[in-house]
Design a binder for this molecule. Structure first.
Ligand code: ZN
Length: 390
């Protein structure tokens, strides 16, 4: 049940705000949708008290990669399912819309959602219309820089970058040419590229080597599916990082998890992490086909990273302040600050044994689970949707 309250206090929670390195019990008083006071032992002063003792309170969680055009193909999902219905306040669509659907996205997805919905516009005019197994960049006419620029300019408020499928299936005979065009476009529009790696949808296609893809990326661009076990990933046949991967990371290229149906593999993750290449963003790659497993939601994906060895504070940092940096939205997202609109997640850290399952049905034993309790945006408190969870 959603509750709208003009004056309330979140009482006694463990506030983790990685933006300022805080991890202590604090009360938060929210008045008219704005954070009025952060402190200890705050007086109720007529406000409704919401007891969050024993719970985690964080800046609103940000899921940086999903597919959110509800009804589009097999994947499109209502943004509020992985959003406020999962304790998450901001969700980002990764390329459902090409330029011709961008205003539709703005009007029918972003404006109708309770969750904040941002967007990576697809480099291909087709976007997610055909599904991921098609040559959406394989015909040069499917990239229209002028129209992308116009559509981005008309929707700047929601656009955070340009989605590029760097798979053999998508690129086809065009090879690396679409990446060169994306680079130029990104530079012109001052937008980062979000590049999908991993040949998961087209088994007969050969992806470009990761080293060739990375040549087109710069500081602030993002590689998603960093733990994929499919061809085109970060590891060479001996399980070592391709040298260009380290170089790219050192030069400021960001790495995102992008769990999804196919692209979180625990064995790959361990090898990548053992070589000290760490994720900048954690994301579900959530869509209609993976909500009921293996993905579930962002808190569960965060808990899987904890099972891989990250601390609670590290995964909260990834899903809040680091995600805001990745989206170039640090002025509005990733923190809890007096005077700013309330944008808060409340979670429960459960100490219990559970089996974390990856995209290839590989398992690891997890000892802590993260369960959403509330997502708060301004004056509204959203409870998570009922869901079977691991
Ligand atoms: Zn995706």
């Amino acid at each position: 049940m959603d509750r709208q309250l003009t004056d309330f206090i979140l009482k006694g929670g463990r506030l983790i705000d990685s933006a300022i390195g805080l991890d202590e019990n604090r009360d938060i008083h929210i008045r008219d949708g704005v954070v009025a006071v952060i402190g200890t032992d705050l007086e109720a002063d007529g406000a409704i008290v919401i007891d969050v003792k024993g719970l985690l309170v964080t800046p609103g969680l940000i899921d940086v990669h999903l597919h959110l055009m509800n009804g589009l193909g097999a994947f499109g999902v209502d943004p509020d399912i992985f959003g406020v219905g999962s304790g998450v306040t901001t969700v980002v669509d990764a390329g459902s819309a090409g330029h011709s659907l961008l205003t539709v996205f703005q009007n029918y997805v972003t404006k109708n959602a309770k969750t904040r919905v941002l967007n990576y516009v697809n480099l291909s005019t087709l976007g997610g219309v055909t599904g991921p197994g098609y040559g959406i960049l394989a015909d040069p006419r499917l990239i229209d820089e002028d129209k992308i620029e116009k559509a981005v300019d008309a929707n700047r408020d929601i656009i955070v970058g340009i989605k590029v499928m760097a798979t053999g299936g998508a690129l086809g005979a065009e090879g690396l040419k679409p990446l060169a065009r994306a680079r130029k476009l990104g530079d012109n529009l001052k937008l980062p590229l979000l590049v999908h790696i991993g040949e998961s949808w087209t088994k007969d296609a050969t992806p470009p080597p990761i080293g060739d893809v990375l040549k087109y990326l710069r500081e602030g661009d993002i590689v998603t599916h960093m733990f994929t076990s499919h061809p085109g990933g970060l590891l060479d046949p001996n399980g070592k990082l391709w040298p260009q991967v380290r170089d790219a990371k050192d030069s400021g290229v960001l790495m995102d998890v992008g769990h999804g149906l196919h692209n979180l593999n625990f064995d790959v993750a361990r090898k990548v992490l053992d070589q000290e290449l760490f994720p900048d963003g954690v994301s579900t790659d959530g869509h209609r086909g993976n909500r009921a497993g293996p993905v579930y939601d962002l808190p569960t994906t965060m808990a899987k990273l904890m099972a891989l060895g990250f601390s609670l504070n590290q995964v909260v940092e990834m899903a809040t302040v680091n995600a805001a940096k990745l989206l170039n939205r640090t002025a509005e997202l990733g923190f809890i600050r007096v005077g700013a609109p309330a944008d808060i997640s409340v979670l429960r850290l459960e100490e219990r044994e559970w089996k974390a399952v990856d995209s290839q049905k590989g398992t690891i034993q997890a000892r802590q689970a993260l369960v959403p309790v509330y997502a708060i945006r301004r004056d509204t408190i959203y409870e998570p949707l009922p869901m079977e969870r691991p």
